[in-house]
Design a protein around this ligand. Structure first.
Ligand SMILES: NC(=O)c1ccc[n+]([C@@H]2O[C@H](COP(=O)([O-])OP(=O)(O)OC[C@H]3O[C@@H](n4cnc5c(N)ncnc54)[C@H](OP(=O)(O)O)[C@@H]3O)[C@@H](O)[C@H]2O)c1
Length: 290
C-alpha cells in the first residue's frame, strides 16, 4: 500500500460520491466532506473518513478533489487561509474564466491548481470509457496522475487552467448541436405519425456517414482552404427555405433553422457561396454580430 495516497473529496452529490467510491475501491485513504453530512454515511461504511468541517477535510490530504454544483460553492470553501502543500483539483462544471479565477484563489494561498472536466456520468467513473480532461499545474498533475487514473483516463491539455472547461464546453456544444437537429428531425417525421423508433436507425446511419468527413473538415479549417468538390454553401442556402417552410407546413417550430439560414445568407453575401460549409467556422469566429 506504500504507493497509495490520501485524497480528500469535497462534495458528495451523485458525482462526488462516485469519485470517492472509485478511490476507495482502488485502495486509497479517502477523507470526505459534504454540506449535508448524512450523505457521507455509505462512504464511511466503505472505509472513508468523514471530516466535520471543510477546513478539516482540506487539511487532511495533499490531493483535494472538489465536486460541487457550481464554482461559487467552492470559492467559499477554499477561502481558508492556507493551502500550502495541497493540490486542488476542481471538477465542478464551470467556465474558463471561472477556472482561471479559481486558480488565482488557490495559488495565492500556497496551493497548486488543476481544473478538470468530467466527460462521463457517475456510473462510468472508475470504468473503461470514462475520460476526465485536466489543465493547470503540470507538475501537480504529473505527481497525482496515478491516483487520478482510478477515476477515469486522465488527459492533460496544458498549463492554462481554462483549457479543460473550454474543451468540456466545446464537446457539450457539439453534442447539443447534433441532438438539436435530431430532436427537430423527429418532430418533422412525427408530424406524419412516423414513430421515432422507426426513423432513429436512418438518422444513425446518416449521421455516421456524414461524421466520416470530420477529419477532412478539420484539416480544411486549419489550412484555410475552403474550396469544395462536395457541397457548397450556396447549395445548402438553397435548401434552407424549403426546410423552414416544411417545418411550418407540418406544424413544427422551425426553432434553430432561421439562425443557421441567416449565417449561410451572410456567407453568400460576403462572396463565399462556392466554399464548403467549413467556411462558417470563420464567420462565427468574428463574435456575435446581431
Ligand atoms: N452527474 C453527472 O453526470 C456529471 C457529469 C459531469 C460533470 N458533473 C459535474 O459535477 C458537479 C457535481 O454534480 P453532481 O451530479 O454530483 O450534482 P449533485 O448530485 O446535485 O450534487 C451537488 C453537490 O454540490 C453541493 N452543494 C450545492 N450547493 C452547495 C453550497 N452552497 N455549499 C456547499 N455545497 C453545495 C451539494 O451538497 P448537498 O448534498 O449538501 O446538497 C452536493 O454535494 C457539477 O458541477 C456537475 O456539472 C456531473
Amino acid at each position: 500500500m506504500t504507493d497509495r495516497t490520501s485524497v480528500t473529496v469535497l462534495g458528495l452529490g451523485l458525482m462526488g460520491t462516485a469519485l470517492a467510491e472509485a478511490l476507495l475501491a482502488d485502495g486509497h485513504s479517502v477523507t470526505v466532506w459534504n454540506r449535508t453530512a448524512a450523505k457521507a454515511g455509505p462512504l464511511v461504511a466503505k472505509g472513508a473518513v468523514q471530516a466535520s468541517t471543510a477546513d478539516e477535510a482540506l487539511a487532511a490530504s495533499p490531493l483535494v478533489l472538489v465536486c460541487l454544483s457550481v464554482y461559487a460553492n467552492a470559492e467559499e470553501i477554499l477561502a481558508c487561509d492556507d493551502l500550502t502543500g495541497a493540490t486542488v483539483v476542481q471538477l465542478s462544471n464551470g467556465t474558463p474564466r471561472q477556472a482561471r479565477a479559481m486558480a488565482e484563489i488557490v495559488t495565492v494561498r500556497g496551493g497548486r491548481y488543476v481544473d478538470g472536466g468530467i466527460m462521463a456520468v457517475p456510473q462510468m467513473i472508475g470504468r473503461p470509457g470514462a475520460l476526465i480532461l485536466y489543465s493547470g499545474d503540470e507538475a501537480a498533475f504529473a505527481e497525482h496522475r496515478t491516483v487520478l487514473t482510478a477515476l477515469a483516463e486522465p488527459r492533460h491539455l496544458g498549463a492554462d487552467p481554462g483549457l479543460a472547461p473550454l474543451f468540456d464546453l466545446a464537446l457539450l456544444d457539439a453534442m447539443y448541436g447534433m441532438f438539436a437537429g435530431i430532436y427537430h428531425a423527429l418532430a418533422l417525421v412525427r408530424s406524419e405519425k412516423v414513430t421515432a423508433t422507426t426513423f432513429a436507425p436512418m438518422i444513425l446511419d446518416w449521421l455516421t456517414a456524414m461524421l466520416g468527413s470530420l477529419p477532412e473538415l478539420a484539416r480544411v479549417v486549419d489550412a484555410g482552404e475552403f474550396g469544395t468538390v462536395v457541397s457548397s454553401i450556396a447549395t445548402s442556402q438553397v435548401a434552407f427555405p424549403g426546410l423552414i417552410e416544411t417545418s411550418r407546413d407540418q406544424g413544427v417550430d422551425p426553432w434553430y433553422l432561421p439562425s443557421l439560414r441567416d449565417l449561410l445568407d451572410r456567407a453568400v453575401a460576403e462572396g463565399h457561396g462556392a466554399d464548403g460549409l467549413a467556411r462558417l467556422v470563420t464567420l462565427l469566429e468574428r463574435g456575435q454580430t446581431s
